[in-house]
Design a protein around this ligand. Structure first.
Ligand SMILES: [Mg+2]
Length: 302
């Protein structure tokens, strides 16, 4: 353990000295306070400014329309809304589908997709069976383009910890239940604090980091190494069934957590205040990290 702590210190020093090409964020619990629906005003202001200078992506369990609900206020706040919108990449459905905004035609272009590993009929059969089996534990569930989502009861519960616990428990139950329908283990069940995603194993959030790297190379002409270390990755749920477990595992990008930590692992790195050794969480942590790192064009949020 002591060795891991030492290695994490080196990795942290390296990460803070790196010059980043862009940043990719989880939404819930990372840009929002965990359990909250909306991104706080200070985060919207910071991201509006950042998006005039740096390519940014979100990587979320949400569908495109649900992610846009949260991110669109950032474009509105920007001094150049269309330009800001074209700086954002949306990796949705837990890493399975990716879109960028075409500035000329003013529409979203799908540039990344991992297919569901079973037939559409099998997908419907599993969804309906799970919906019926867990009808006393979920009051909102739906199928997306590729993924499906089951939300725990009482999503508006002001007791966020209780909501989070229900989401986790539903995740554990669904992990076992999905295994019955997935003999080849091609599906991933993960939990985001407000709901549970079921999506292809080979389309998890780590593939979102690679898709963003591809976008930067092909659409922006950036040189990005194969492991995409110059992409800053920020999420909050790296735990065993958390939906950032692949996003923040350190295989691609340079990952930080503003939520849960993982014992005995170098990645993800913690976020500390600018002048303190206190760990920061949620949007406060994300903002502080963005203020402390440097980007390729010399841009700094401070
Ligand atoms: Mg999250």
């Amino acid at each position: 353990m002591a060795d891991i702590a030492q290695q994490q210190k080196f990795a942290f020093a390296d990460a803070m000295n790196r010059i980043y090409a862009g940043a990719i964020f989880d939404i819930d619990g990372t840009l929002t306070v965990r359990g909250d629906e909306f991104i706080p005003g200070f985060m919207i202001d910071a991201l509006a400014e950042l998006s005039l200078n740096v390519p940014i992506a979100v990587c979320t369990g949400r569908r495109l329309d649900q992610a846009l609900d949260r991110i669109a206020p950032i474009f509105t706040r920007s001094k150049n809304p269309i330009y800001s919108e074209a700086q954002w990449v949306f990796i949705c459905e837990n890493g399975s589908v990716g879109y960028y905004f075409d500035e000329v035609n003013k529409k979203y272009i799908e540039f990344h997709r991992v297919n569901y590993p079973y037939t559409e009929e099998q997908r419907h059969i599993m969804f309906n069976a799970l919906k019926e089996r867990f009808s006393d534990k979920t009051d909102e569930c739906f199928m997306n383009e590729v993924s499906m989502v089951f939300r725990p009861l009482f999503r508006q519960d002001p007791n966020r910890e209780a909501l989070r616990k229900r989401s986790y428990e539903l995740g554990v139950l669904l992990t076992d239940a999905v295994a019955e329908f997935d003999p080849k283990r091609l599906l991933s069940v993960s939990e985001a604090g407000i709901g549970v995603n079921i999506s292809p194993v080979n389309g998890d959030k780590d593939k979102g980091v690679l898709a963003f790297a591809k976008f930067l190379r092909e659409q922006k002409g950036y040189a990005i190494d194969e492991e995409a270390r110059d992409i800053l990755v920020v999420g909050d749920q790296p735990g065993s069934i958390g939906n950032d477990r692949m996003f923040l595992n350190g295989v691609y990008g340079t990952p930080f957590t503003v939520g849960d930590t993982v014992k005995g692992k170098i990645w993800p790195l913690p976020v500390f205040g600018r002048h303190s050794t206190e760990r920061l969480i949620g949007p406060q942590g994300t903002l502080s990290l963005l203020q402390q790192v440097k980007f390729r064009n010399g841009f700094s949020l401070l």
